[in-house]
Structure formats: structure tokens, C-alpha cells
Design a protein around this ligand. Structure first.
Ligand SMILES: Cc1ncc(COP(=O)(O)O)c(C=O)c1O
Length: 449
């Protein structure tokens, strides 16, 4: 039997879940918070590249990458070695109180990737949520205003500030009472479901009119607005890209009123779309950019990257004990080398290949309503009827589960979309396996209509 290191796609050796997995699932049900949302019973043991092996020796092709985190694959030898070397030298120091070289080193490299000629400054966090939380504070601090605008369908995290921006699923807010005040949500330009029948290039003009004509006139004077925050490709909302003109217009509106243009690239960044940031595809230059997930290949790290003239808060205004921990930074530096050297280009190439492979899906499968995204950030929207676009959440869930039983790990996004967010190193054989497996799942799920 090949070892996990030799498996290229999937190798299933037990029924799922296997006996070891079942034992762990029972323990988990006893001891773990019931708030986690597991779609299927994968109990992971080890990973290598795009392959994850479970506790019973089953190998899966991973097109979820720990929610778009393992950008360089599982346990890339260069990332592992950087972590090991750093762990043997210095594990923790706290960048809030002391200095270490990797902080400015990584900050300089990240700053250079962010669009815009102005120099950048960076604050490191432990997660995406914390990056967003810090961005809210930074926008308020820099403008001395307190209102914010976000979008329906967006996900920015679950701490009380970030959750106040999040408008993804009401379960994420239910039971938690009042959140931050002064936040208004407006529709996201969702071309497939555009209320005004626009295309993927033109959807959203009415939303901008609503912002300027209604929100700014009736609710918030723009001079009270600290920031507008947007995911250039909505992640949890269903892998929905915003049109280029929309992002550019949003930036124009922000500049006109001195509002911070904040871009959440926690999921869409770090090479996933074939460029460092999805923002680059639209030629926008945000004031504040939030990153996390793929930044350190699975080590907990986030970053707020901002124009130098924006990140001018005084010592003590913001800090963290763990954020920017030396081991995470070492992993991030190795991750950047790999993404820059090879994987950003591979994400572009394999994204093009997959989109070519998926181009006929809406013709070939009645339950596939839309295929969209960029690079290796691909959303497949599942519908009951292509004409009415009725959302088929049950079929989407079935497909995700069927794929697991065929050795392919994928996750849902939004109410009825399947997201493909593999490690950026996948090759053609793996892309083909994923596409073939999903096609089998569509055929099986299609019979349930
Ligand atoms: C766009 C976006 N922002 C913020 C977050 C929150 O990040 P974290 O889960 O690391 O706190 C997520 C997580 O899914 C995300 O997709």
C-alpha cells in the first residue's frame, strides 16, 4: 500500500467514519463545545501537500485546506523546518514590549505586496477576527469618527466588534444581544442574483446610488463614517466576486469623504487568486488591508497592513501578547517565499485550468446554477432549478458529504454554494480528480430532485 506521501488523490481503506474516527467522535461529542459546525466526520491525523490522512489510514484530497489556510499545503518541508528552527531558538517574546528581527522583516515584505505607492505599516494579530477588530479601532482612531458600512453576506469574524460587521448568518448573532452601534449594512453586488439584472461586470450601480442617495442622506453623514469594509471576493457569503467598477467606485466615495477604505483579504489574499491580493485584480488601493488564514500556512497569524499616514496610533493605543509570535512569523516568511517563488503563479495556472474544466457545468448539470471566482477561490452555486435559481441547500450539503465519501474534502459557503479552496500547490491530476469527483456527486445529487 502506498504511504500518504505517495498518494496523489484519495485512498479509502475503511468505511467512513472508520473505527478510530468513531471513538474520537464520541469523545468530541462529550467534551467539545457544541458550537462548532462540522459537515462530515473527518478525523485528521497527518497531512502532506494536498493530502490529509485520517486516523484510520484513509487519505483524502483536500480542497478545503483548513478553510483556505494551508496555502502551501500541509506541512510543507520548508515551513516545517522554519518552524522547528525558530522553536529551538526563541518561541515567544511579545512584540508589544520587545523587538525581534522577523517583525520588521515580515512587515516590510507584506507592506511591499499591498497595492499603493505610499509606505505601509503593519500590526500583527493572532487571527483574522483580531485583524478586523484592530482595523475597526484603527479606522476610528485615524478618522475620529465612529460609523461604519459593511455588506450583507459578509463575514468578518465573531468577536463583538467583528461580529457587528458580519452579516452572514443570523445564527452567528442570535442570542448575543446588542452589538456595536453605528454600523449599517448594504447589499453586496451579487451578479448571479443581481436584483437589477446586471452582469458580473456591471452589477452594483444601484447599491452605490443607495449608499450615496439614501444612507449618506438619511442615516449617516459621510463625515461621521470611519470606514467602509468589503471582501473583494465574499468568502463565507458564497465565493462571490465584486465587480471591478464597484470596488473602484467604492474607493472613490471613500476618498471623497475621508472614509477609510478597508479591504478584508483574510480569505481571498496571500496568492489564492493568482495575485497576492484579490484587490489587485480591480486596481484598488485600500487604506487598510486585513490578512490572516493563508499567511502562515496554518500557524495562527493575522496582519493589519495600512498606509503609513493611517497607522499613526500612539504607543499603548493597541497591543497584543501573542500576535506576531516568532514561530508564526518564521512560518509566514517561509510561506511568502513559497507563494512568491511558485505557488502564486500555480494558483493562477491551476485556477485557469479548473475554470476551463468547469466551464460547461451549468450546461451539463441542471443543479449547477453558477461557477465563479478567481484562481483557486472557486464557488459553485447549487440550485433546484436553473430558471428560478431556487437555492438547494439540501443538495449542496449532500454533495459535500458525497464528496467526502469519495475521498474529496470540500466545504460549503453561503446557503447553497460549494467552495473550492485547495492548497495553492495542486497539480492537474489533482484538479482533474476533484472535478471528476464533483461531477459524480452532481449526477447522484441530481437524481434527488
Ligand atoms: C473574510 C474573513 N474575514 C475574517 C475572518 C475571521 O478570521 P478568523 O477565523 O481567523 O478569526 C474570516 C474567517 O473565515 C474570513 O473569511
Amino acid at each position: 500500500m502506498p504511504t500518504t506521501l505517495e498518494v496523489k488523490t484519495a485512498r479509502l481503506v475503511t468505511a467512513l467514519p472508520g473505527p478510530n474516527a468513531k471513538r474520537i467522535l464520541e469523545q468530541d461529542a462529550k467534551f467539545m463545545s457544541p458550537s462548532y459546525t462540522r459537515d462530515y466526520p473527518l478525523v485528521a491525523k497527518r497531512g502532506h501537500g494536498a493530502i490529509v490522512e485520517d486516523v484510520d489510514g484513509n487519505a483524502f484530497l483536500d480542497f478545503a485546506a483548513g478553510i483556505a489556510v494551508c496555502s502551501t499545503g500541509h506541512c510543507h518541508p520548508k515551513v516545517v523546518s522554519a518552524i522547528q528552527k525558530q522553536a529551538a531558538e526563541l518561541i515567544h517574546m511579545s512584540g508589544t514590549d520587545f523587538y525581534y528581527e522577523s517583525m520588521p522583516q515580515l512587515a516590510e515584505r507584506l507592506g511591499r505586496t499591498m497595492p499603493g505607492a505610499e509606505a505601509k505599516k503593519v500590526f500583527f494579530t493572532n487571527s483574522g477576527t483580531e485583524a478586523i477588530e484592530g482595523a475597526i479601532k484603527l479606522a476610528r482612531y485615524a478618522t475620529r469618527r465612529d460609523k461604519m458600512i459593511a455588506f450583507y453576506g459578509c463575514f468578518h469574524g465573531r468577536s463583538m466588534g467583528a461580529l457587528s460587521l458580519t452579516a452572514s448568518k443570523s445564527t452567528q448573532r442570535k442570542g448575543f444581544g446588542a452589538l456595536l452601534s453605528g454600523i449599517e449594512h448594504i447589499p453586496y453586488p451579487y451578479a448571479y442574483r443581481c436584483a437589477h439584472g446586471h452582469t458580473a461586470e456591471t452589477c452594483g450601480a444601484e447599491i452605490l446610488e443607495h449608499l450615496e442617495g439614501q444612507i449618506f442622506k438619511r442615516l449617516f453623514d459621510p463625515e461621521d463614517v470611519a470606514g467602509i469594509i468589503i471582501e473583494p471576493i465574499q468568502g463565507e457569503g458564497g465565493y462571490v466576486p465584486a465587480p471591478k467598477f464597484f470596488l473602484q467606485e467604492l474607493q472613490r466615495i471613500c476618498r471623497q469623504h475621508g472614509i477609510m477604505f478597508i479591504v478584508d483579504e483574510v480569505q481571498s489574499g496571500m496568492g489564492r487568486t493568482g495575485k497576492w491580493w484579490a484587490s489587485e485584480h480591480s486596481g484598488i488601493e485600500p487604506d487598510i488591508l486585513c490578512s490572516a488564514k493563508g499567511i502562515a500556512s496554518g500557524m495562527p497569524l493575522g496582519a493589519i497592513i495600512a498606509r503609513e499616514s493611517v497607522m499613526r496610533w500612539k504607543p499603548g493605543a493597541h497591543g497584543t501578547t501573542f500576535g506576531g509570535n516568532p514561530v508564526c512569523l518564521a512560518a509566514a516568511l517561509a510561506t511568502m517565499d513559497l507563494i512568491e517563488g511558485e505557488y502564486k503563479e500555480n494558483a493562477h495556472r491551476m485556477g485557469d485550468y479548473l475554470f476551463g474544466r468547469l466551464a460547461d457545468w451549468t450546461k451539463n448539470f441542471k443543479i449547477v446554477g453558477d461557477v465563479r471566482g478567481r484562481g483557486l477561490m472557486i464557488g459553485i452555486e447549487i440550485v433546484r432549478d436553473q430558471r428560478t435559481k431556487e437555492k438547494a441547500a439540501d443538495l449542496r450539503n449532500l454533495i459535500v458529504e458525497l464528496a467526502f465519501h469519495k475521498g474529496l474534502l470540500v466545504l460549503g459557503a453561503g446557503e447553497n454554494t460549494i467552495r473550492l479552496s485547495p492548497p495553492l500547490l495542486i497539480d492537474q491530476e489533482q484538479a482533474d480528480f476533484a472535478a471528476r469527483t464533483l461531477e459524480d456527486c452532481f449526477r447522484e445529487a441530481g437524481k434527488k430532485i
